[in-house]
Design a protein around this ligand. Structure first.
Ligand SMILES: [Mg+2]
Length: 178
């Protein structure tokens, strides 16, 4: 076997080992209680029962977790981005206490009434595509849960299986059948 060929084999082995399977999650109504309106502050950010434990079942199976959330309330001026970041820091802290961490958080700050149409707001798939590129995500082994059709549409545009769950029903555990 030539050196070059062996080198290529090693590289492809390394890159296949590096590719990640990811559980993509919508945020509001999936991880935290969605009152049917915007979640504007940390005070309003209530993690659903069992959500952290369910996420952990996926991590135990080798999945990374990435949050993909529309936050059009930012464009509307309903809350500042510091509030969104505070919620994400709090959620990350709760996950760390449970023994794992969320790989990344993506949020779209646009609302069509204010910024016009953007490429990131779900049902568009730019947030998911950026994550796929950044983290070398294996889309064939990844999955997305969301409580709205636009979550599923965004996932499927990026080639990821999307599964719609009932609002505020919590994150399904890994061993749940889809
Ligand atoms: Mg939602």
């Amino acid at each position: 076997m030539s050196f070059v060929f062996r080198d290529l084999k090693v590289k492809s082995l390394i890159s296949s080992q590096m590719s990640k399977k990811v559980l993509f999650l919508d945020r509001d109504g999936v991880i935290n209680h969605d009152p049917g309106d915007y979640t504007k502050s940390l005070e309003e950010f209530n993690i659903l029962n069992g959500a952290i434990e369910s996420m952990k079942t996926w991590v135990m199976e080798g999945f990374e977790i990435i949050i993909i959330t529309n936050q059009g309330g930012l464009d509307k001026g309903l809350y500042p981005k510091e509030n969104v970041e505070a919620m994400h820091q709090y959620l990350q802290g709760e996950c760390i206490l449970a023994g794992f961490s969320i790989l990344d958080f993506y949020y779209c700050p646009h609302h069509p009434d204010y910024s016009g149409k953007c490429l990131c707001r779900k049902p568009e798939s730019l947030m998911i595509e950026k994550a796929i590129h950044k983290y070398n995500v294996d889309i064939t082994k990844s999955i997305m849960f969301g409580d709205k059709s636009r979550d599923i549409e965004a996932a499927e545009k990026a080639g990821v299986k999307g599964v719609k769950i009932d609002i505020n029903s919590g994150v399904p555990e890994f061993h749940h059948k889809f």
